[in-house]
Write a protein that binds this ligand. Structure first.
Ligand code: HEM
Length: 397
């Protein structure tokens, strides 16, 4: 067994040298490993991750017990459990399917309008760079963030400032999920943020401050129950923003990085494949977590009832048994698992891909005659999320 995980699977190894760790596990032939630190099973293998994420013996609700055990007033617990019992990623059947329909139907309608929205916004942001020469560009602040916020606010049907306001407040409302032992003030702040997010959305509805046929409009029309619709709007705003932004940043990074040593890359694979590959190689949510409903025996290991299981979609995406050029851009034959698998499969996957493809088209057609070099980059891996924190480019004629 290679040194990197002989001491057990540690957060430090995941966050500092994630892909080296995956390689060592794949070389060892292990598929499932127990982590003492996380008190959880980790599944790496592509086929196992794909099959087990559809297996009904695993459930998604890991938050009910967490809220029950909090030292909080009953009124606070009621607000927290009412809100989180409507958070799709933590819901199980039959409630999950019912609420999921409430968002899936509106998103399906929005998918067809996404390319046009993304195309116009990409042009507005990128084309000004065509006439400028010898520039240093902060790809995150100047390109990825404006593109993401403008596209997602337009898709939602909100003005940019209302969208950013909902997002800010809603992010405060879910921050406490990342705290294993939230204290009294964390709980109070969370409850205040849930209430305040609800009020912001209620005001937008009351003032009719949203576009017809937008995601916001369709959710409001599609869902009668007030708490369901408010929770869903917050859910979509929060779950969509960071990974979408991350996908745009990763595309810019890979484009600049790969073309530096392979100018003919886009003669070998299509632009759509390039976007798929950037999503496969840099998966913003590295895992989907579940717990076992019963004892489950897999490959000589027993996952006990109640055990937590971390399905590492970002490892599965680099499984050498599945992908010929597992660590680099290639013409992969298998689907990547970046958007999850099974009943919780990301409802925003199609719109994200369509939008990033439009961004890519405009980026490449505008800047293909220029020399793009990465001056500075910094990946931030916090175990549960991986993204670029810094990406500075030089763009020369
Ligand atoms: C690159 C962009 C994105 C990535 C990588 C991504 C990834 C994921 C993954 C892996 C899951 C499944 C989690 C699990 O099974 O535990 C998920 C669920 C979800 N995503 Fe996305 N997502 C992205 C963009 C979006 C967008 C743009 C939206 C909204 C417009 C969105 C909304 C959601 C929602 C609401 C869920 C929960 C679905 C459910 O549990 O039924 N995501 N996403």
């Amino acid at each position: 067994m290679k040194a990197l995980y002989s001491e057990g699977l540690n957060t430090r190894d995941f966050t500092k040298k994630r892909y080296e760790l995956y390689n060592n596990v794949f070389e060892s032939g292990e598929d499932i490993l127990w982590s003492k630190e996380h008190k959880a099973w980790f599944v790496f293998n592509y086929d196992l991750v794909s099959i087990l994420l559809k297996d009904k013996r695993f459930n998604a609700n890991r938050k009910k017990g967490f809220i029950d055990k909090l030292e909080a007033q009953d009124s606070e617990k009621n607000i927290l459990s009412s809100f989180y019992s409507r958070w799709l990623m933590y819901m199980d059947e039959p409630d999950h399917s019912k609420l999921r329909k409430g968002i899936q139907v509106p998103i399906n309608k929005i998918n067809s309008t996404t390319p046009e929205i993304a195309h116009l916004i990409a042009k507005e942001i990128i084309i000004p760079y065509k006439s400028k020469s010898n520039l240093v560009v902060d790809a995150i602040e100047d390109l990825a963030i404006p593109f993401t916020n403008l596209v997602l606010s337009k898709i939602m049907g909100l003005g940019l400032s209302d969208y950013e306001l909902v997002l800010r407040e809603a992010n405060n409302a879910i921050d406490f999920l990342w705290k294993p032992f939230p204290n009294k003030s964390d709980i109070q702040n969370t409850v205040n943020s849930i209430n305040s997010s609800f009020n912001i959305i209620r005001n937008i509805i009351k003032n009719d401050d949203y576009s017809p046929n937008s995601l916001f409009d369709l959710v409001v029309k599609n869902i009668g129950n007030d708490e369901d619709r408010l929770a869903l709007i917050i859910n979509v705003a929060v779950d969509g923003h960071e990974p979408f932004l991350s996908a745009v940043k990763s595309f810019i990074f890979f484009y600049a990085h790969c073309l530096a040593y392979d100018e003919k890359l886009l003669e070998k694979i299509s632009l759509e494949q390039l976007v798929e590959e950037t999503l496969r190689l840099e998966c913003p949510f590295p895992y989907c977590a579940r717990s076992a409903n019963e004892d489950i025996h897999i490959n000589n290991k027993t996952i006990r009832k109640g055990d937590r299981v971390i399905f590492l979609i970002s490892a599965a995406n680099r499984d050498p048994k599945k992908f010929e050029n597992a660590q680099g851009i290639g013409a992969s034959k298998h689907h990547n698992l970046t958007f999850g698998v099974g009943s919780h499969f990301c409802p925003g996957s199609i719109l994200t891909k369509k939008a990033v493809i439009e961004f890519a088209k405009i980026f490449i057609s505008t800047l293909s005659n220029k020399k793009i070099t990465i001056i500075e980059k910094k990946w931030n891996d916090s175990f549960g999320f991986r993204t670029l924190d810094k990406l500075i480019l030089s763009i020369e004629d």
